[in-house]
Design a binder for this molecule. Structure first.
Ligand SMILES: [Zn+2]
Length: 254
């Protein structure tokens, strides 16, 4: 049986109006819940843990669908930036998954057992792909073939939100502060678009709306055709080259 997918917390991203917190945002992360069947039992996985301040609301929403939080088996993370992981300790004894590295919270062992080497988690309809060093070191997207929503992808912060909520100049400011490599991140999006033509719904880290396949294409094209964005990527690459030259030099003299 195919799993069901729910959004149990809608994402939010708006500028904070508090003058003391200049440059900060009020945000909520898109939190997903997957209902799947294994060993003739209904079980659940949560995608991203979000911020502590929203925990009681999130837990209530999980319980409303799952009946009990006990039935949650996994926490799947898109990446480990603070806004996505603050509730992680509430997932004691669950499997926490990121970039095919797993750990069971509450047990002493920590490390990188690769327990899902075949690209899916528990059932073939819940797949993942690791796209490292774009937005963060361990970005992981989840591709779910669901009964209720069709094929969907959780992108995490490979897209923060749509360009009408965060225009390109602000996006550039955000990328400078929050992403490891905006060039890689940008090309990852193009790869995803090409690789998954059957996916019609994309959930991004901080967008209250679902992106359609066409929205994703429009997002990529808008960046591709924007001079400011291209200049930004070139300036990133040239800065990176200078850094690499510096270290090559250093190594040669070492
Ligand atoms: Zn985020």
């Amino acid at each position: 049986m195919k799993p069901n997918v729910y959004i149990i917390q809608k994402a939010v991203l708006e500028k904070n109006k508090n003058p003391k917190l200049r440059g900060s945002y009020n945000i909520k992360v898109a939190v997903g819940l997957i209902e799947y069947e294994k060993d003739n039992q209904k079980k659940y996985m949560v995608i991203d843990a979000d911020q502590l301040v929203y925990w009681s609301e999130i837990k209530r929403n999980i319980e409303q669908i799952a009946g009990s939080f006990e039935k949650v088996t996994h926490l799947l993370l898109t990446h480990t930036h603070l806004d996505h992981i603050q509730n992680i300790s509430n997932f004691k004894d669950k499997i926490v998954f990121l970039a095919n590295k797993t750990s069971i919270l509450g047990q002493a062992e920590y490390g990188s057992q690769e327990i899902y080497p075949d690209g899916y988690i528990e059932i073939p309809e819940i797949r993942y792909e690791v796209l490292p060093d774009g937005h963060s070191h361990d970005d992981t997207i989840y591709i779910i073939d669901s009964a209720n929503e069709g094929k969907v992808i959780f992108l995490g912060d490979l897209i923060f939100t749509s360009l009408d909520k965060m225009p390109i100049d602000r996006l550039i400011g955000m990328e400078k502060r929050a992403s490891i490599d905006p060039v890689k991140k940008f090309f990852y999006l193009q790869e995803i678009y090409k690789k998954y033509p059957e996916v019609e719904k994309f959930y991004s880290g901080h967008n209250d709306q679902t992106l359609s396949r066409k929205d994703l294409k429009n997002f990529i094209d808008a960046l591709k055709n924007n001079k400011e964005w291209k200049d930004y990527l070139y300036s990133y690459i040239s800065k990176r080259n200078k850094e690499l030259d510096f270290f090559i030099n250093k190594l040669e003299k070492f």
